[in-house]
Each structure stands twice: as structure tokens, then as C-alpha cells.
Design a protein around this ligand. Structure first.
Ligand code: NAD
Ligand code: TYD
Length: 333
């Protein structure tokens, strides 16, 4: 199979692209190389690469020539950035998805939309989101992803597109841009820098190893039924403050680095996914946090040449200053 992997220079997309090459597929990566896109993520992957925007129909047509399927990872992905400025989220996550759908409609390509548990909004203790639950996104990021999902479902119903959606939970592992909780805190801990915990840190996330996430997407690409949504959740729900404690243990950092800072506006308190549907296809996570977290810490410890240039870049420093300066000044430890 020849697969168009959009956003394949990012965190999850690059793991997926490598995995598909390893399985003997031809892979074409289409990536705009925004701040989180990184050619180094694909260094060991024998795939074609095209720099381009999924919102640009000509770029999609060129990169997609001869492809049987598209797996859409391309997105603006960080909640905190979407709170600062949301227009790129709408442009890529909604309009970009529409452009890809138009391409798939004219070429009959199979379509997998990589989405997130955040589209359901937060859920009460004891409740897990099922695929047919209403979408109640809280952040501009989650609302943009929900907009993309709804476009996909409309194209299935109206045009008979052969499309599925996966909704993954919080993903971690090597090559994740150090703005999300785990890579930010692991790299800060390794450097003796503050560990900003939003609010009291009692919010819960459901952690999923990147290889398990990619295995779920791969299975849905192969066997998912058109029009179906599949939750992909790690089933390991941990409060933020507890995962930060585990990072401190695995890095050997000083516990006094923890700073309780101003909370994120609209902060979702808990995500949890019911994964019965994808389990029915034969998927189950192979990694636990007990093994996955120390091995992720080890990756960041031994791959400083990957993340130090990112943290030294102008874009990163500007973002970090904007996001954390006031928060850290008024922090409690
Ligand atoms: P990432 O930010 O690491 O990568 C996104 C990639 O998309 C980058 O390479 C970027 O250059 C590219 N991109 C952005 N805009 C583009 C555009 N207009 N055209 C082409 N390429 C563009 O993100 P990630 O964490 O790897 O997430 C990948 C996908 O998985 C996203 O759709 C995200 O919503 C979804 N997801 C992520 C998580 C998570 O915890 N990271 C969980 C569930 C779902
Ligand atoms: P994040 O990695 O941004 O993922 P998401 O918002 O998609 O779940 O954040 C995970 C959780 O960690 C979320 O509850 C916000 C919290 N958080 C912090 O407490 N401190 C931080 O520095 C970051 C980046 C996140």
C-alpha cells in the first residue's frame, strides 16, 4: 500500500511513518514543518518527504499522487497555544481536514482521521467516554479537532467516503515536542528547571504509549469500518501531580522544583476512554506506564541533541516566556 501520512514529521506521525515503512508500505509524508515538525524525527525512515500545507489543495494533490490511503496527523495540537491564539487551529484542523477530504473524495483513497479524547470534554469520576457520546470540547484546540471529526463523518454520510476516526488519549514517548506535560517536565527536571503544575494538579489524564497509539491507528486503517469512530486509550489514569512525582523519581530531580502555578483557563479535569470497540478489533496496549515512563525518561536523558536545539530556539523561548513567566513569578511550591 502507498500511504500519505500528513503531519508525519511530528511526534506521533513520525512513529507511525517509521512503523509503516517497517511493515513494507510506501510512505509519503506531507508536512508543513511548523514549530513542532522536525525532519530529524524521520532521520531513520525510508520514506518520501514533501514540505507542504494540508490546507493547500495543490500540495495535497502532488504529495498524494498514487496513494491508496491517507492518515491525517497534521494539526495544531497544543491546548495552551490555542488559548493564546486559535486561528491556525481552525485553518489546519478544520479547513485542512476539509481539503484532505476533498482529495480523498476525488481519488477514492481510504481516510483515517487521527483525533483526540479532548473532543468529548471532561468526564465525571467513574464515567468513560464512548464513541457515540456528544462532543463537548472545552478548548479552541479541542473544538477545532471536533470540527474536523464532524467534517469526516459528514463526508462518509453524504459522499460514501471510506473514512474512520481514531480518538487517542494523552500520548507520550520519544520525539515529543517539549511543550506537553511529560516532555516539558522530563527535560526541565533533567536541567534542574521548575516544574509548573497547573492549579492543584488533581486533574487526571489517561496515558498512552506512542507505539500503542500507532498500533491502534494501524489496525483501524486496516480493519476499521467506514464511518466508525474508535477510541484508543491507555487505560492508565493518573493525576497530574502524581505523574510529576514519578518524573521526579525517575530523573532523580529535586522535589522542590515543583511549582503550583495559575490554572489553565477552561481546564478539563478528567479524560477517560471506553476502548471496548477497538478491543473488538484485537487491540490492547502493550506498554504500561511502569515500563514506558522510565524508558521515555531514558530517551530524553540520552538524546539531548534532539531537544536542546528546540529549547534554545527563539520560538520556544518566546512561547515559554509568554506561557510561564507570570505563572512562575506568582507560583506556590
Ligand atoms: P505534533 O504537534 O508533534 O505534530 C504535528 C505535525 O503536523 C507537525 O509535524 C507539524 O509540522 C504538522 N503540521 C501542522 N500544521 C500542518 C499543516 N497545515 N499542513 C501540514 N502539516 C502540518 O503533534 P502530535 O502530538 O504528533 O499529534 C498528531 C495528531 O495526533 C494530531 O492530530 C493530534 O490532534 C492527535 N493526538 C495527539 C495526542 C497527543 O497526546 N499528542 C493525543 C491524541 C491525538
Ligand atoms: P498537556 O500535555 O498540555 O496535554 P492536554 O492538555 O492535551 O491534556 O497537559 C496534560 C495535563 O497537564 C493537563 O491537565 C495540563 C497539565 N499541565 C501542567 O500541569 N503543567 C504544564 O506545564 C503542562 C504543559 C500541562
Amino acid at each position: 500500500m502507498r500511504i500519505l501520512v500528513t503531519g508525519g514529521a511530528g511526534f506521533i506521525g513520525s512513529h507511525f511513518a517509521r512503523r509503516q515503512v517497517g511493515a513494507g508500505h510506501e510512505v509519503v509524508v506531507l508536512d508543513k514543518l511548523t514549530y513542532s515538525g522536525n525532519r530529524a524525527n524521520l532521520a531513520a525512515a525510508d520514506c518520501e518527504f514533501a514540505r507542504g500545507d494540508i490546507a493547500d489543495a495543490d500540495a495535497v494533490e502532488r504529495a498524494g499522487a498514487g496513494c491508496d490511503a491517507v492518515v491525517n496527523f497534521a494539526a495544531e495540537t497544543h491546548v495552551d497555544r490555542s488559548i493564546l491564539e486559535a486561528s491556525d487551529f481552525i485553518r489546519t484542523d478544520v479547513f485542512g481536514t476539509h481539503v484532505l477530504l476533498e482529495w480523498a473524495r476525488t481519488t477514492d483513497a481510504r481516510f483515517v482521521q487521527v483525533s483526540t479524547d479532548e473532543v468529548y470534554g471532561d468526564v465525571a469520576p467513574g464515567v468513560s467516554s464512548r464513541e457515540d457520546d456528544p462532543l463537548r470540547p472545552s478548548s479552541p484546540y479541542a473544538a477545532a479537532k471536533a470540527g474536523g471529526d464532524l467534517q469526516v463523518l459528514a463526508y462518509v454520510r453524504t459522499y460514501g467516503l471510506d473514512a474512520c476516526i481514531t480518538r487517542g488519549s494523552n500520548t507520550y514517548g520519544p520525539n515529543q515536542y517539549p511543550e506537553k506535560l511529560l516532555p516539558l517536565h522530563i527535560t526541565n527536571a533533567l536541567d534542574g528547571q521548575p516544574l509548573p503544575v497547573y492549579g492543584d494538579g488533581s486533574q487526571t489524564r489517561d496515558w498512552l504509549h506512542v507505539e500503542d497509539h500507532c498500533a491502534g491507528i494501524e489496525l483501524v486503517l486496516k480493519e476499521g469500518a467506514a464511518g466508525e469512530v474508535y477510541n484508543v486509550g491507555g487505560g492508565e489514569e493518573v493525576e497530574n501531580r502524581h505523574i510529576v512525582q514519578r518524573i521526579i523519581e525517575h530523573t532523580g530531580a529535586d522535589a522542590s522544583l515543583v511549582r503550583h502555578v495559575a490554572d489553565r483557563p477552561g481546564h478539563d479535569t478528567r479524560y477517560s476512554l471506553d476502548t471496548e470497540r477497538i478491543a473488538g478489533l484485537g487491540w490492547a496496549p502493550a506498554h504500561s506506564l511502569e515500563d514506558g515512563l522510565p524508558s521515555a525518561v531514558e530517551w530524553y536523558r540520552t538524546n539531548r541533541e534532539w531537544w536542546e536545539p528546540i529549547k534554545a530556539s527563539g520560538d520556544y523561548s518566546r512561547y515559554y516566556e509568554l506561557q510561564y513567566r507570570t505563572r512562575l513569578q506568582t507560583a506556590t511550591s
